[in-house]
Design a protein around this ligand. Structure first.
Ligand code: PLP
Length: 442
């Protein structure tokens, strides 16, 4: 390994990935790893997809880059049309970026500018949820509710406010139905809006199905409808972050479709480029767009690679591949099969507290004691052990740490490629079983 690489971790070594083939990544020694999490829910088409490679090559032959301050491109325009055709009701405009954090950052700035354009400059507060992740740039990090990621940057972060996440396994009281739990959380949001002053609140930000921080936590039925109502009642923008759970991962193109609501702004990334290009997007309603069009006429934002033709060509090819091969429908069909496989293999395990998720977006939370839901001591580093044992077993799986306060257990996030067959899923679950048995025995 080069001494000059500044990697994610300064400790240890990693295998060198040299090739991708369908559901597998192959390292320099020839070892094959089933990509069971797509990194972090990125590789929805699997690796080395011919149609996407061809589309990127064709775009490269024509034009790699033309600055969006001067030009538009067919690739970016067609991608915008394709996204809007699949978007939640009312979403009509697409701003293309290079990744998820950029998309969230742009969403927060757009929300602020929208209120300035319509003469409500007092609206500045952002409310989000604990146990959430919205990215690593400073605005997105401030919105995120992941305490350990925020801690050392606290002096640099804008003030945000966090309410209880819709995390049924840990937050629902024993004497409460799922519906009552959702209502209690919605009331908590409303109380927070009242505390901050309804005319001062700009946006509520949430992941429909929570990814990295908690391991594929879906909302309880009715929760998001109540959240939508509160946002409407107080004129607050609802920003849904579908960077991880969007692009078909949960069995519908946008995850929020399954909750029967539309946001004002929605962010996507990861599965949009499917690992073939760095691309993200922020989508918004025509109302927001027109406020700017009829006001200053310029969104005060921008990045050099905004609307990059090569990235847009990749995104366009990814959506075409999903359509032609009916991959999202396949996720909807095979998601329950995957869930059953996980329940069969891990349901009786004394250290598995919860198995959850939607579609090909699943999580398993581990506990020291199933009755009390006590978490493992973080110093045992169970999630780290799971990651390493999975790599030994030839499986890439996304680990998540438990929290020191014992409010959240170690977990793994499972997000296989949409092309995975039932046999592939069985292979993945088998390798995961080996890794779990080894880590819990250690
Ligand atoms: N939002 C969510 C929900 C995410 O899961 C992530 C990344 O994991 C981000 C935003 C940030 O995306 P990126 O890593 O592409 O900047």
């Amino acid at each position: 390994m080069s001494d000059h690489v500044f990697g994610r971790s300064t400790k240890g070594t990693m295998p060198t990935a040299v090739k991708g083939e369908g559901c597998y990544i192959i390292d320099k020694t020839g070892k094959r790893y089933f990509d069971g999490s797509g990194g972090a829910a990125v590789s929805c088409l699997g690796h080395s997809d011919q149609s996407v490679k061809d589309a990127i090559r064709a775009q490269l032959d024509d034009l790699a880059f033309a600055h969006t301050g001067f030009f538009t491109s067919d690739a970016a325009e067609e991608l915008a049309d394709m996204l809007v055709a699949r978007a939640p009701e009312g979403i009509n405009r697409v701003y293309q970026l290079s990744g998820g954090s950029e998309a969230v950052e742009a969403a927060l700035k757009l929300a602020r500018q929208y209120y300035l354009e319509i003469g409500q400059p007092e609206r500045r507060h952002i409310i989000a949820r604990r146990q959430s992740y919205h990215g690593n740039t400073l605005g997105a990090l401030a919105a995120g509710g992941n305490a350990w990621r925020r801690e050392q940057y606290r002096p640099l972060l804008i003030e945000t406010h966090h309410v209880t996440p819709c995390y049924e396994y840990r937050e629902r009281r024993d004497d409460e139905s799922a519906e009552d739990f959702g209502t209690r959380l919605a009331q908590e949001l409303e109380a927070e809006v009242q505390r901050l002053g309804p005319d001062n609140v700009m946006a509520f930000v949430a992941e429909p199905v929570v990814g990295a921080t908690s391991g594929a936590v879906p909302p309880v039925p009715g929760y998001f409808r109540q959240i939508r109502e509160i946002c409407d009642r107080y004129g607050i923008l609802l920003i849904l972050d579908e960077v991880m759970c969007g692009m078909g991962r949960t069995g519908s193109f946008f995850a929020c479709e399954q909750d029967g609501i539309s946001p004002d702004i929605v962010t996507i990334a990861k599965g949009l480029g499917a690992g073939y290009a760095s691309i993200g997007a922020m989508l918004c309603t025509e109302t927001i767009y027109q406020a700017i069009a009829n006001g200053s006429g310029m969104f005060q934002h921008g990045h050099t690679y905004h609307g990059h033709p090569l990235a847009a060509a990749a995104g366009r090819a990814v959506i075409r591949a999903m359509d032609e091969r009916k991959l999202v429908e396949g996720v909807a069909q095979k998601g329950p099969v995957l869930e059953q496989m996980l329940r069969d293999r891990f349901g009786q395990n004394a250290h598995v507290g919860d198995i959850r998720g939607r579609g090909f977006f699943r999580g398993i939370e581990f506990v020291a004691d199933r009755e009390t839901k006590a978490t493992f001591d973080p110093s045992l580093n169970l999630s780290g052990k799971l990651k390493n044992a999975a790599m030994d077993a030839g499986l890439v799986i996304y680990p998540g740490k438990g929290t020191i306060d014992g409010k959240h257990g170690d977990h793994v996030l499972i997000a296989p490629p949409f092309i995975a067959s039932e046999d592939d899923l069985a292979e993945m679950v088998d390798r995961l079983g080996q890794a779990v048995d080894k880590s819990l025995a250690a």
